[in-house]
Design a protein around this ligand. Structure first.
Ligand SMILES: *[C@@H]1O[C@H](CO)[C@@H](O)[C@H](O)[C@H]1NC(C)=O
Length: 269
């Protein structure tokens, strides 16, 4: 279907016109990523993987997660973090934020119900990719006991960085709904037997962590200035034309395969 679309329509879909509707910072963040060659290339790479078919009803989850880790490891942090922590005032924005990383593949997987949190925790402890990332997250987002606010001010950037580092690991977290900024990995502690407490402590690092909550909220005030510049709605038309023609040039050289997933994801991103 998408292969019938003429390039100008593709461009319209890719570039969108977010300033015409209610402000949605997750849309702004997606547009800023699209406008940056490296961010766009790395995002397209994970989208291709995460929407790719494996077995029927499944997806190549390991490849999807690897591409996500690469997105955060190699993408420009001000753009990748804007996608992950875009502050939302309503459900449309929050739903888009929740869908950003193709959670059906990267996060929840094919199982209908979440597993016990002991499963991702044990997998992480045995993974040389996940374990150090998780230890860093634990240390960086540990609530400061002396601080009612949750974490120390200069702890916030490292907590956000450490959280982003978990995306694509065995303990990939995501927003739990579109009505809040609460996050959790895809698991619960219902069936954790005599390791219930260990399970709750692990899950609580995400669901009852004042420092992490505070850091995610604080991203609003740290909204990257690069996005203000890039997405100024009053930008002169010449600037927009330049953007279109450079996108045009890069599309010509790229295969439909690399464009298609962006189209598919466009309503979500
Ligand atoms: C928010 O989530 C609910 C429950 O999953 C869903 O029914 C609703 O369509 C979502 N809202 C938006 C704007 O996507």
């Amino acid at each position: 279907m998408a292969s019938c679309l003429a390039p100008p329509l593709l461009l319209l879909l890719l570039l969108g016109s977010p300033s015409a509707v209610a402000p949605n910072r997750c849309v702004d963040a997606a547009d800023a990523c699209t406008a940056d060659a490296r961010c766009q290339r790395l995002r397209t790479a994970y989208v291709v993987q995460c929407l790719g078919p494996a077995a029927p009803g499944s997806c190549p989850r390991a490849r999807c997660r690897r591409a996500l880790r690469r997105f955060f490891a190699r993408g420009p942090p001000e753009l990748t973090h804007a996608l992950l922590f875009c502050p939302c005032g309503g459900p449309a924005c929050a739903e888009r934020r929740r869908q950003t990383f193709v959670p059906s593949c990267a996060f929840s997987g094919p199982e209908p119900a979440p597993p016990s949190c002991l499963a991702p925790l044990d997998a992480c402890e045995h993974s040389r990719v996940c374990r150090p990332t998780y230890l860093t997250f634990q240390a960086s987002c540990a609530p400061a006991p002396s601080n009612l606010d949750g974490c120390l001010r200069d702890q916030i950037p490292s907590c956000l960085r450490a959280y982003a580092g978990l995306v694509g690991t065995a303990v990939t977290p995501n927003y739990v709904d579109n009505a809040s900024a609460r996050v959790a990995p895809w698991c619960d502690c219902g069936a954790s037997g005599n390791r219930r407490e260990e399970c709750e402590v692990f899950r609580g690092l995400f669901t009852r962590n004042r420092c992490l909550d505070r850091a995610i909220q604080a991203f609003d005030g740290r909204w990257p200035s690069v996005l203000h510049d890039q997405l100024d709605p009053h930008q002169d038309p010449e600037h927009s034309l330049l953007q279109v023609s450079s996108a045009d040039a890069s599309l010509e050289g790229s295969s439909m395969l690399s464009v298609l997933p962006v189209l598919v994801l466009q309503p979500l991103l």
